[in-house]
Design a protein around this ligand. Structure first.
Ligand code: GAR
Length: 210
């Protein structure tokens, strides 16, 4: 079984989807720790409820981004993980940190990357008049929300939709594609190569799979 560490900052609904998929045996892996940079979040509670080590590393207690990332790296490496999963971890990571986990760190982002990197993605998609929005699982590289894509899922944008409603619809799809990507990785089907992402040795299209 692969050892998985999940990093989050909030409610942890994606963590929950991953917990469910590990407990059912669908993912050949075990979440060995959940680390939050924010105290008191629901994601930590979800981890504790599932019997998973729930760790807090408060970024406000560190002098610099480098100091925080160094402490985070030490904490993660104590767990000897095979895979690091960013699940609503709302911190920009230093390039050194990202490079240390290259090829074994995933992020989920609420947009159809490369569209709408950064924040307020649902609002931006609505304001742009887009007909669809969605979410993307990708390998993390030093470029923010710019790593090679693993999976995407699209949802149509209804004419009268609200930000909240669109966010909810996208999250339903996040809870489908994140466990699937982790399942593939833990089955050793997914690798990051210099040329891109391969699944069962076959290169995935740069635009992601729907
Ligand atoms: C998710 O929708 C995820 O896509 C987003 O945060 C949410 C966390 O929800 N991530 C980002 O915006 C990363 N920049 P959750 O805590 O319920 O899983």
């Amino acid at each position: 079984q692969k050892r998985i560490v999940v990093l989050l900052s909030g409610s942890g609904s994606n963590l929950q989807a991953l917990i469910d998929a590990t407990q059912s045996g669908r993912i050949n892996g075990r979440i060995v720790a959940v680390i939050s940079n924010k105290p008191g979040v629901r994601g930590l509670e979800r981890a504790r409820d599932a019997g998973i080590d729930a760790l807090l590393l408060d970024h406000t207690q560190h002098e610099s981004r480098e100091a925080f990332d160094g402490a985070l790296q030490a904490l993660i490496d104590q767990q000897e993980p095979d895979l690091i999963v960013l699940a609503g971890f709302m911190r920009i990571l230093t390039a050194d940190f990202v490079r240390h986990y290259l090829g074994r760190m995933f992020n989920i982002h609420p947009s159809l990357l490369p569209k709408y990197k950064g924040l307020h993605t649902h609002q931006r998609a609505i304001e742009a008049g887009d007909s669809e929005h969605g979410c993307t699982v990708h390998f993390v590289t030093p470029e923010l929300d710019g790593g090679p894509l693993i999976l995407q899922a699209a949802v149509p944008i209804a004419a009268d939709t609200s930000i909240e409603s669109l966010q909810q619809q996208v999250q339903v799809r996040e809870h489908d594609i994140y466990p699937l990507a982790v399942e593939w990785f833990c089955a050793e089907r997914l690798t990051l190569e210099a040329t891109g992402v391969t699944l069962d040795g076959i290169q995935l299209p740069a635009s992601g799979q729907r």
